[in-house]
Design a protein around this ligand. Sequence first.
Ligand code: IBG
Length: 222
Amino acid sequence: MSGKPRLTYLNGRGRMESIRWLLAAAGVEFEEIFLETKEQYEKIIKDGSLMFQQVPLVEIDGMKMVQTRAILSYIAGKYNLYGKDLKERALIDMYVEGIIDLMQMILVFPFSPPEAKEKNLDSIKERATNRYFPVFEKVLKQHGQDFLVGNKFSWADVQLIEAILAVEEKVPAVLSGFPKLQAFKIRMSNMPTIKKFLQPGSPRKPPPDEHYVETVRKIFMK
Ligand code: IBG
C-alpha cells in the first residue's frame, strides 16, 4: 500500500471535487478509482466498502470513510486547516456550510431539465450575488486579513476559492461588485499547492459534460 489516500468516485466533479480540492490544497497526493459502470458500484457495495451504499469513498489512515462532510472535516483536522480552537472551528463550519449550500445548486445544475436551466442559472447568480458572496466580502473587508478565519489558511478558504471559480464558470462577471473577493481569488490562486491544482494535468476535474451526466444517471439513477 502506498499510504496515499484512495478516492473512489466517478471521473467528474460531483461530491468528490471538494475533497480533491482540500487534499490538493493541503499538499497531499492521492490515488483515484473511477466508477464507470453500475457493476463496479454494486461490487464495492457487496464488498462492504460503502457504509450507506453511497460514494464518495475515501480510504485513509486505515478507514473506509464515507459522507462528504465527515471526510472533509477529517482532512481539515488532520492537515491543520480547521482553526486553532473550538470557536474558530465553529466559524469555519458556518462558512463551509453556507458555501456548500451554494455549491449544492451547482452540483445539481447539470441534471436540471432543459426548460429549467435558465431559471436555475438565474438562481445561482442571485444567491451568489445577494446571499453568499456579500458575507465573505464583508468578513475580508472588516478584518483586513488574507484568510477568512484566524489570519491562517483554512478549509473555509479552500471551499470559498472552489466556489468562486465554479460560479464564475457559469456567471463570468459575478465578482464585479466584490473587490475583496477578487483580491482573495488572486491570492488563493497563487498559493503554491492551489496553483499546482489549477494547472492542466492535475487531478482537478473539468466542468460536467454529457458523458459525466450520463454516467451519473446510468450508475445512480436507473
Ligand atoms: N450524504 C452523502 C454524502 O454527502 O456523501 C450523499 C452521497 C450521495 O448522494 N452519493 C451519491 C450516491 O452514492 C453519488 S453522488 N447515490 C447512490 C444512492 O443510492 O444514494 C450523485 C449526485 C451527483 C450530483 I454526481 C447530484 C446529486 C447526486
